[in-house]
Design a binder for this molecule. Structure first.
Ligand code: 5GP
Length: 115
């Protein structure tokens, strides 16, 4: 079993989060420290710690993250102008929470890359 993170507590509704979408596979909520007008985290409902830990059995849920990101982007009204999806991995990737998550960032021009 992967170790618990703060995101497990959010999934169990033990700590509050501004949840914008949830289904049986993934949950999405606003980042507590937003880096753009829209900054939402989309996470699997079970813990895959990092992208390195993803296996074939996770493929459907990981694909679903992208499908849900598109739906939320539409909900947020940023689908036409555009947005960025990011998955950080480990220390050099800037990962702080070891429950794999996709950042959905938008609502302003983001430049070519975030460094
Ligand atoms: P990472 O750096 O791991 O890719 O991103 C982790 C993100 O989780 C950060 O952007 C951080 O602001 C966000 N975060 C950390 N703790 C919490 C929390 O308790 N609630 C919410 N909503 N976001 C959090």
């Amino acid at each position: 079993m992967a170790e618990e993170t703060i995101f497990s507590k959010i999934l169990r509704k033990e700590i509050p989060a501004d949840i914008v979408y949830e289904d049986d596979r993934v949950t999405a909520f606003r980042d507590i420290n937003p880096k753009a007008p829209t900054h939402i985290l989309i996470i699997p409902n079970y813990n895959i710690p990092t992208a390195n830990d993803a296996t074939e059995k996770d493929e459907a849920v990981l694909g679903h993250l992208v499908v849900v990101a598109g739906k939320i982007a539409k909900q947020e009204g940023i689908d036409e102008k555009g947005y960025r999806l990011i998955i950080n991995c480990n220390r050099d990737g800037g990962q702080e929470v070891y429950h794999l998550h996709m950042h959905l960032l938008g609502g302003r021009p983001l430049g070519r890359m975030i460094v």
